[in-house]
Design a protein around this ligand. Structure first.
Ligand code: ASP
Length: 580
């Protein structure tokens, strides 16, 4: 037997026991005639003690042992003279009698402790050493707990887990596909699924009623902190349901996860239409942990000779409570912030509603105090507040204000990291028009059903059709989305037509689904929640990478195994790809 206990479980009540532990050497230090080793495994750290006076040979041996060696130690559990209250095993140590090196270790390229000195690049290359560190180990444990609790909840609710294929067919909608060449059918390719969408719908046609899968999805997109080329979704589909049924089931899931894993009881989730989200928060995933809604004032500002406002489609702003004291320098910095290419505004108008009931603004030349006071009313501003106003095209101005709103909340520390505000965003538009390609794209995906009351508009004014689609947002992060699906062949054909598919093409790409709709497809709908993002929200960080055991870096590479990599000429020939 290698060990009797792990390194995280011995406490004062084990004193006197003879135990054997195995693990990695985190630290080895000498204090006069004593030597101490911090022995680490997944469960914790236990101190091993060696005494020169009582066992010189063993203590000398201990002193030769280096960081990250794998060792086995047997000895008595004794009470420590200087206790460490920060760790559960801090009241005891092992008075070692036998010591065995199970494996040596090269000097690790960075320190394997809670705080490490390793840079990103190095830690990615030695991911297995980074994962040995407690913070990452705990992240993976959190992920496991979330996945298990999800499986239990859904299985208890009658969902069955079904695996769908990875080798499927490339489709023109959605993001770019990763493709896999076929050896047996040279010149033909599989694609990796962007999601199991069509398969889960076919499972509904098959009568599975409630399906789920913790599914790997692949999308060949540019990467960001919250995006990876492969990621996991808690993917679900249900038959004979309406939006309300989906909300009940998945609100229940998220509540249960918060209860079980964080001990937090969440109230019922708020709801907001897409239109309201855009109007009041400037984005479709508002962080509702703080207020500061967008206020539109273009109807109050036209005709005073200020060209920027006169020519703008939208003039809107936010009221920042208690920020009238912002200095010239601070306001200049905010102007620079909104002018950054990522935010994209042309300039920033400020109005200070001073404590002494006077106004000071960057547009004093054009607007008198009466005007400014009327704006203050619209903004619900009080003495001491600062109004920040942007003008321009509607969409870009809203999105810039959304960024400014978040920036102000960060500057003024308005966000409580321990608060969780889930929100259903509903009534998304079915389609969005793309100027470049001069065609409509499905805002969610082509299988999403129009709202019943908007169905006729699909034939006359497609841009006005609202979808039976919804997103779940927590603290400004899109955790997931889904929709009630089209289950009628004609409507599906019409949808493809609106998306610019010629009939033949639609049939070639999605004929299997439309055929299936001929054989008694039930009304159905579903949702997919991003497991990696959910982990990041639970863990309180922004980066989903920290919750994926072996992620890709920002350039989409796995530097540890060195992927992607080239193939030999022979391999290329075998799959029928010739690169000269
Ligand atoms: N398949 C969709 C997605 O990946 C989710 C859904 O509609 O259920 O976003």
């Amino acid at each position: 037997m290698y060990r009797t206990h792990n390194c995280g479980e011995l406490t004062i009540s084990d004193i006197g026991k003879r135990v054997t532990l195995c693990g990695w050497v985190q630290k080895n230090r000498t204090l006069g005639g004593m030597s101490f080793i911090d022995l680490r495994d997944r469960y914790g750290i236990t101190q091993l003690a060696f005494n020169m006076d009582t066992n010189e040979a063993l203590c000398s041996q201990a002193r030769t042992i280096q960081r990250e060696y794998v060792i086995q130690a047997t000895g008595q559990v004794i009470e420590r003279s200087s206790k460490n209250s920060k760790i559960p095993t801090g009241a005891i140590e092992i008075e070692v009698e036998e010591l065995k090196v199970l494996n040596k270790s090269a000097v690790p390229p960075f320190t394997i402790e809670d705080e490490t000195d390793g840079g990103d690049e190095l830690r990615m290359r030695y991911r297995y050493l980074d994962l040995r560190r407690k913070p990452l180990m705990q992240n993976m444990l959190l992920r496991h707990q979330l996945a298990m609790a999800t499986r239990n909840y859904l299985s208890d609710g009658g969902f069955i887990e079904v695996e769908t294929p990875f080798l499927i067919k490339s489709t023109p909608e959605g993001a770019r596909d990763f493709v896999v060449p076929s050896r047996m059918h040279k010149g033909e390719f599989y694609a990796l699924p962007q999601s199991p969408q069509t398969f889960k719908q076919l499972l509904m046609v098959a009568g599975f009623d409630k399906y789920f899968q913790i599914a790997r999805c692949f999308r060949d997109e540019d990467l960001r902190a919250d995006r990876q080329p492969e990621f996991s979704q808690i993917d679900c589909e249900m038959s004979f349901v309406e939006q309300e049924d989906i909300f009940n089931t998945f609100e229940g899931l998220v509540k249960q996860l918060f209860k079980k894993i964080k001990g937090i009881s969440l109230p019922d989730f708020s709801r907001m239409t897409y239109n309201d989200a855009m109007k009041y928060y400037g984005c479709d995933k508002p962080d509702t942990r703080f207020g500061m809604p967008l206020v539109e004032i273009q109807h109050m500002v036209h005709g005073k000779g200020f060209k920027v406002f006169d020519e703008a489609e939208l003039v809107a702003g936010i009221c920042v409570r208690g920020a009238a004291h912002y200095s010239r320098k601070q306001l200049d910095a905010l102007t620079d912030f909104v002018k950054r290419p990522q935010v994209g505004a042309k300039g920033l108008v400020y109005v200070k509603f001073n404590e002494d009931d006077t106004f000071k603004s960057s547009v004093d030349k054009f607007f008198d105090e009466v005007s400014l006071r009327s704006w203050a009313d619209a903004f619900d501003a009080q003495a001491g507040d600062l109004m920040l106003i942007l003008a321009g095209a509607k969409t870009s101005t809203r999105s810039a204000l959304s960024a400014l709103r978040l920036e102000m909340a960060a500057q003024l520390n308005l966000i409580d990291k321990n608060v969780f505000k889930p929100l259903w965003v509903t009534d998304f538009p079915l389609l969005e028009w793309d100027e470049d390609t001069q065609r409509y794209y499905a805002m969610h995906h082509p299988f999403t059903a129009p709202k019943t009351q908007d169905l006729q508009l699909l034939y006359s004014k497609p841009e006005e059709v609202r979808a039976n689609a919804y997103d779940l947002v927590i603290n400004g992060i899109e955790i997931g989305g889904g929709s009630i699906r089209i289950f009628n062949r004609e409507v599906q054909s019409k949808m493809f037509e609106v998306l610019g598919f010629i009939e033949e093409e639609a049939h070639k790409q999605f004929g299997f689904l439309m055929n299936a709709f001929e054989y008694g497809a039930p009304p159905h709908g579903g949702i997919a929640l991003g497991l990696d993002r959910l982990c990041a929200v639970f863990g309180g960080t922004d980066s989903i990478r920290d919750y994926i055991a072996f992620p890709k870096n920002n350039a989409g590479k796995d530097t540890m195994i060195d992927a992607p990599a080239s193939l030999t000429q022979e391999q290329l020939k075998e799959i029928g790809i010739d690169i000269k």
